[in-house]
Ligand binder design. Structure first.
Ligand SMILES: Cc1cc2nc3c(=O)[nH]c(=O)nc-3n(C[C@H](O)[C@H](O)[C@H](O)COP(=O)(O)OP(=O)(O)OC[C@H]3O[C@@H](n4cnc5c(N)ncnc54)[C@H](O)[C@@H]3O)c2cc1C
Length: 479
């Protein structure tokens, strides 16, 4: 058996693991991804899009154009009704329709450029933790060791179970079959609603494979469905099985909602679906995972490098657990509004009427788009804890914008009307004519200076006295 030494082992090379690996690589940390699947090849499509905040995050790293080039933008997001976000104060005031497979391929290519090592065809089946690190074993007999381990291994996370982290929540009340198949008869494309729920069929890009979603399945069903089960479901719903054959993907999902009761146990952390699962209403899961990764990456990097104590990692749970909990709850609410009984649609009508009003549209649209997140960093300027808007600015080097300063994932002290300086952060003196406007909140006064974390959130916003700045730099970027 071979022993490898790494700073961080990431188990799972889905969107969360790939984003985290790239963030750690940007910070100069040696992270290796261990992935069960032998190749990056497409398996089946789950997520269909990226929301505004995720696009902003990719913009912060200078790679958003790659994603925009492969997808199609839509001005609306969905919470029970379609909510127009085209008037939102962000450069990415839309949903980008982009199949998960493409998102993963683009993230993997970026990670590759950053020299991230992905060890494929390895299924992690054991972990052993001691005071200095974690040993990992795979079913293929490989053994690796790292100082930290992050489970990004999806909703059925083995790492979560091995780490003894609880996963409380709501059991499934219904489930769906999702499949990619061929048919000898012409499929009925689009949605089809009946007493068992909302079913769907769509033609995939190759023009011959049909994507099928069948609602109202057994909530207890587990494991991969058989082709016979798909055929029986089609028959019951559409009165024919369409001559279904040659499946390339058969899977299920349910409305179970669960969240890890802690995101860290010693040297083991969780991110993405490993930490939270919910039904795909509003299309938020992948986005949450990428945002977890960007919150965790720079913090873990600082702990690995000894810049910050490992208590910095407690802020990962403090910030991301509530963010995911809110998404979990909004998917429960959306699921309840879709219940196939006689009376629920009446409630739905009233909710839709409310959402057509401007203020609710903005609030719910920002929630689904991930633009309303405010980490609780105490009282202060309205920017504190929120994402920094991507203002057009002029610096000594010429015109630029705030997100361009975050490409290297390093903290930035932006002086607008002050001359503050601090160790361990890049200082940029800038002017702006831009209005500092936040989604939902509206225009806020531009502070004299802001301290922006590598994840784009504001750690300090000040108008007088450097004491607060010193404390914020020490708290976030090491004493
Ligand atoms: C039908 C459906 C539609 C969806 N639509 C959307 C949407 O529109 N928008 C959205 O944001 N989200 C959507 N989601 C959710 C989204 O797919 C997930 O939230 C996302 O894939 C989570 O990413 P992840 O990297 O955390 O986990 P995963 O994508 O599950 O990745 C985990 C990785 O870990 C690997 N792995 C697992 N165990 C091991 C092991 N023991 N050893 C090594 N490797 C391992 C797996 O092979 C996998 O590659 C949808 C989900 C479903 C089911």
């Amino acid at each position: 058996m071979q022993t490898h030494e790494h700073d961080v082992i990431i188990v799972g090379g889905g969107p969360t693991g790939l984003m985290l690996a790239a963030e750690l690589a940007l910070a100069g940390v040696d992270a290796v991804v261990v992935e069960r699947k032998p190749t990056q090849a497409r398996v089946g499509d789950r997520a269909g899009g990226l929301h505004a905040r995720t696009l902003e995050i990719l913009d912060q790293r200078g790679i958003v154009d790659r994603f925009l080039a492969e997808g199609k933008t839509h001005p609306r997001v969905s919470f029970h009704a379609a909510l127009d976000i085209s008037d939102f104060p962000t450069r990415h005031n839309y949903l980008l329709a982009l199949p998960q497979e493409k998102t993963e391929r683009l993230l993997a290519a970026w990670a590759d450029e950053l020299n991230v090592r992905i060890v494929r065809d390895r299924d992690v089946d054991g972990i052993e933790c001691d005071a200095d690190g974690v040993d990992v074993t795979t079913t293929q007999g490989a053994r690796m060791r790292a100082r930290w381990l992050v489970g990004c291994d999806g909703g059925r996370s083995r790492i979560r179970k091995l780490a003894g982290i609880g996963f409380p929540g709501w059991d499934a009340s219904t489930s769906w079959i999702i499949a990619e198949v061929r048919m000898t008869e012409k499929p009925v494309l689009g949605f089809h609603e009946d007493a068992s729920g909302r079913h769907a069929m769509s033609m995939l890009e190759d023009g011959v494979t049909v994507g099928v979603v069948l609602a109202g399945r057994d909530p207890q069903a587990a494991g991969e469905p058989s082709l016979d089960e798909v055929a029986a479901g089609l028959n019951a719903i559409y009165g024919t099985d369409f001559g279904v054959h040659s499946p390339t993907w058969l899977s299920r999902f349910s409305d179970a909602v669960r969240q890890a009761d802690r995101y860290r146990n010693g040297r083991i952390l969780l991110a993405g679906d490993a930490a939270h699962i919910h039904p795909p209403l509003g299309g938020q899961g992948l986005n949450l995972g990428v945002q977890d990764a960007v919150n965790l990456g720079w913090k873990l990097a600082q702990v690995v490098k000894g810049v910050s104590p490992d208590s910095l990692l407690d802020t990962y749970q403090a910030e991301r657990h509530p963010a995911a909990a809110r998404v979990l709850r909004n998917t429960i609410a959306q699921g309840v509004l879709r219940r196939p009984d006689d009376r629920t649609p009446v409630l739905g009508e009233f909710v839709a009427e409310m959402l057509a009003m401007d203020e609710p549209r903005k609030r719910f649209g920002a929630m689904i788009a991930g633009l309303d997140i405010r980490y609780d960093l105490g009282e202060g300027h309205p920017l504190l804890g929120r994402r920094m808007p991507d203002l057009d600015i002029v610096t000594a080097a010429g015109p630029t914008r705030v997100y361009a300063l975050l490409h290297e994932a390093r903290p930035v002290l932006l002086n607008f009307a002050a001359t503050y300086a601090a160790d361990r952060v890049q200082r940029v003196d800038a002017t702006t004519d831009g209005v500092c406007e936040l989604p939902v909140v509206g225009a806020v006064p531009l502070p004299a200076a802001v301290l922006v974390r590598p994840d784009g959130h504001v750690a300090w916003a000040g108008d007088g006295g450097a004491e607060g700045l010193r404390a914020a730099v020490a708290a976030w970027f090491g004493a």
